[in-house]
Design a binder for this molecule. Structure first.
Ligand code: AMP
Ligand code: MG
Length: 279
């Protein structure tokens, strides 16, 4: 019963959020709310909690098996909810099983290497779920919008990213990519809340206002990245993210389904409990 419901829900989600490889992403036409999928907030929040629990159990088996890894990439402009997603989806997992890596401005050392160096170093080892808060995509997003590298260099990166992700996939790491899609109005409200709410003041960064001025450029850069890097081995999902509970419900269900498809197995011991006697 549950399994059938889950398959139906994740299919409904994917029909609406998946960027079909080879097709245009049409980012500008995509909804920033998922009212067509979820109308009952309480039920969605309950489902997210259940899915977070299931993700923990699946992660346990993934670790016991130690043959595959899962990499969850979260991309989105400032205030899109990357941190909140990590909290909602992975809060039941043991801290040993999930490795979260935020990517900020590269250090001198990182800049002295190729752009994928720091990314590859942070990919999860077998048995672990890796979560990227920002990722290699910054190198075709902020870098493109702010002209931090020559256009010809950025141009090559889409294929380099595709080849890198194919390599990860071929060597046992499943890659799930989520773009958290919020509206310009929603971003205004969330930035304003960081000014108005004393407990959120620490999140306010005046530089975010500079990026907000470049909203259209970022949207265009995202659109190109989605168009060119949604592949069969690592497709993009554009998650309507104006409502946090819908965003969490979509991502938790999708991560759970991906782990269930991997179906990690506990290894069978090569001994019998009766072989041992504990004095
Ligand atoms: P935050 O996620 O708010 O902590 O901010 C991290 C900042 O680092 C964002 O402004 C990103 O655009 C920036 N950033 C991340 N990756 C890169 C990169 N490869 N090159 C330049 N800036 C980056
Ligand atoms: Mg920021």
């Amino acid at each position: 019963m549950y399994a059938r419901r889950m398959v139906k829900l994740t299919k409904q989600i994917d029909d609406s959020v998946l960027v079909t490889p080879g097709a245009k992403s049409n980012l500008r036409k995509r909804a920033t709310n998922a009212d067509d999928i979820f109308d009952d907030r309480e039920a969605a929040e309950e489902a997210t909690k259940e899915n977070a629990k299931a993700i923990d159990a699946l992660q346990d088996a993934l670790w016991a098996e130690r043959k595959r890894a899962l990499l969850v990439i979260l991309q989105g402009i400032d205030t899109s909810g990357k941190d909140g997603t990590v909290r909602a989806v992975f809060n039941r997992c043991g801290p040993l099983g999930v490795q979260v890596t935020p990517f900020g401005k590269p250090s001198d050392e990182e800049l002295a290497h190729d752009f994928l160096w720091r990314i590859h170093m942070a990919t999860p080892k077998k048995g672990v779920i890796g979560v990227f808060n920002r990722s290699q995509y910054e190198d075709v997003l902020v870098v493109k919008v702010r002209n931090l590298a020559p256009a010809a260099v950025v141009e090559q990166r889409y294929e380099q990213i595709n080849a890198f992700e194919a390599h990860l996939n071929d060597t046992g790491t499943t890659v799930l990519k989520f773009m958290l899609n919020i509206s310009r109005d929603e971003q205004r409200e969330r930035l304003q809340a960081r000014l108005d709410d004393a407990e959120k003041n620490w999140k306010f960064n005046a530089a975010d206002l500079e990026d907000r001025k470049l909203w259209d450029d970022y949207q265009k850069a995202y659109e190109v990245a989605l168009d060119r890097c949604s592949t069969a081995h690592a497709p993009w999902r554009v998650v309507p993210a104006d409502r946090k509970w819908q965003r969490n419900a979509i991502i938790a269900a999708t991560v759970r389904k991906a782990l269930e498809d991997l179906a990690p197995q506990y290894p069978k011991p090569d001994w019998k409990p009766g072989d041992f006697k504990i004095e």
